[in-house]
Design a protein around this ligand. Structure first.
Ligand SMILES: Cc1ncc(COP(=O)(O)O)c(C=O)c1O
Length: 407
């Protein structure tokens, strides 16, 4: 009897071994059969300006003629321009940019600076948050499926349970007071070098905080000598409807980690933005960080985000998306809650595996979503340049799929 040949995959891990992407354009991906997919994942929230952008390609072409890579510890005209551009997006007081390649690396750098500056080794973070795949950054992630098997050998960092049901407008003050109390309890215990947070706890399921929340956290951090580190790897560059998620709280953290949206995937590039007085004479090196090509790409990417007002697009379309999803799925018994801010919105299901079912169904129908590892959450986080009509149509597919499968 003939056995069916197995579909081969040479790469590990591979999320969708059957899907080979051969071409991208704007908010679309194309497979080898030229099937078109609307990408509501933005490649794990990386892409702000859309795929295969003509402007980005033009800058890459011009920069390739001039200087792709040069000795990495030297400043280049491109790195100086980019550092100035980034600092121009930040409030006064931020005066230094550290150069790196990935989000995890940026988080590690901020943790090292905090440990060195305070002489302490403990860090706080929110339960269920994801801050990277390297050992220290992974230790911030609590007990999610990605980090669980390493728990016995990870440094013991405290995770704070964020309040649930934030979008329901009930019991908020009590929930938040409780969270603030548990943060204070941990800080009081002593030894906390830093608190690593996002303005929206994205991986945990896009939990939001009320306006005054981080002002209180910052006050407490100051009281106990702990540094506040904002991980804007995913939330940065307009994803939550403002350029950075800390802006929703009118605060100034001590350090800010940037990655994904900084280069929109056209180059691996990340950064930590901070103050000279905290960095002191801290030294680190990263071989591939901030090549002239990566800097030129990031600079053009930020220009596009600003000129095309992509943070505002994210804010406006995010609000519409949240309303549309909530209204259309309010009676669906499988959906537990829908939360988010800007163009990062989580649909949480009661049952594990429900997200996988919808994910697969939508993929067949030409819509790629982002899904968590526990298979109980789907994320709507398209490239920030997506247009309303394209987004609405894709959302219609997602809503239709959920209502058909679990109506
Ligand atoms: C909030 C956050 N921090 C850090 C990281 C790690 O970034 P990278 O995969 O570039 O190392 C991620 C990646 O998903 C992230 O979402």
């Amino acid at each position: 009897m003939k056995t069916k040949p197995k579909k081969e995959s040479y790469l590990y891990p591979c999320n969708l071994p059957g899907l080979k992407i051969v071409r991208t354009d704007d908010v679309y991906l194309y497979d080898e059969n030229n099937k078109k997919y609307v990408d509501l994942s933005a490649s794990a929230g990386v892409v702000a300006v859309g795929y295969n952008s003509h402007r980005m390609k033009e800058v890459m072409r011009r920069q390739a003629e001039k200087n792709i890579f040069s000795p990495q510890l030297q400043e280049t005209s491109e790195s100086i321009l980019l550092a100035k551009k980034i600092l121009g997006l930040f409030p006064a007081g931020f005066d230094s940019v550290l150069r790196a390649t990935t989000g995890s690396e940026a988080v590690e750098i901020a943790m090292k600076i905090a440990a060195r500056q305070t002489g302490r080794s403990k860090f706080l973070s929110f339960k269920g948050a994801y801050h990277g795949h390297t050992f220290a950054a992974m230790s911030l992630g609590g007990e999610n499926r990605l980090t669980k098997e390493f728990t016995p050998i990870l440094a013991r960092f405290a995770t704070i349970k964020h309040p649930s049901s934030l979008n329901k407008g009930r019991a908020l003050p009590a929930d938040f007071k409780k969270t603030l109390k548990s943060i204070e309890k941990e800080l009081k215990r002593g030894g906390c070098a830093g608190f690593v947070a996002e303005g929206v706890v994205t991986s945990a399921g896009c939990f939001n905080f009320p306006d005054g929340f981080f002002k209180e956290v910052l006050k407490m951090c100051r009281r106990y000598g702990t540094l506040l580190i904002f991980d804007e790897v995913l939330t940065g560059f307009g994803r939550t409807g403002k350029m950075f998620s800390f802006e929703h709280f009118s605060i100034c953290p001590d350090m800010v980690c940037l990655a994904k949206g900084l280069g929109s995937g056209y180059a691996p590039i990340s950064a930590v933005v901070s103050r000279k007085e905290l960095i002191g004479n801290f030294v680190y090196m990263s071989t591939f960080a901030w090549s002239p090509l990566a800097c030129a790409v990031a600079l053009e990417n930020i220009n596009i985000i600003e000129e095309e007002k992509l943070a505002k697009n994210s804010c406006d379309l995010g609000r519409l998306t949240l309303g549309f999803l909530k209204k259309s799925l309010s009676k669906n018994k499988a959906v537990k809650e829908i939360r988010g801010k800007g163009l990062i919105i989580a649909i949480e299901f009661f049952n594990n595996n429900d997200a996988r079912k919808i994910f697969n169904d939508c993929l067949k129908k030409g819509v790629l979503l982002f899904k968590n590892y526990s298979d109980n959450m789907l994320f709507v986080q398209p490239p920030l340049n997506i247009r309303k009509n394209i987004l609405n149509k894709a959302l219609g597919t997602v809503i239709g799929s959920i209502n058909e499968n679990f109506g």
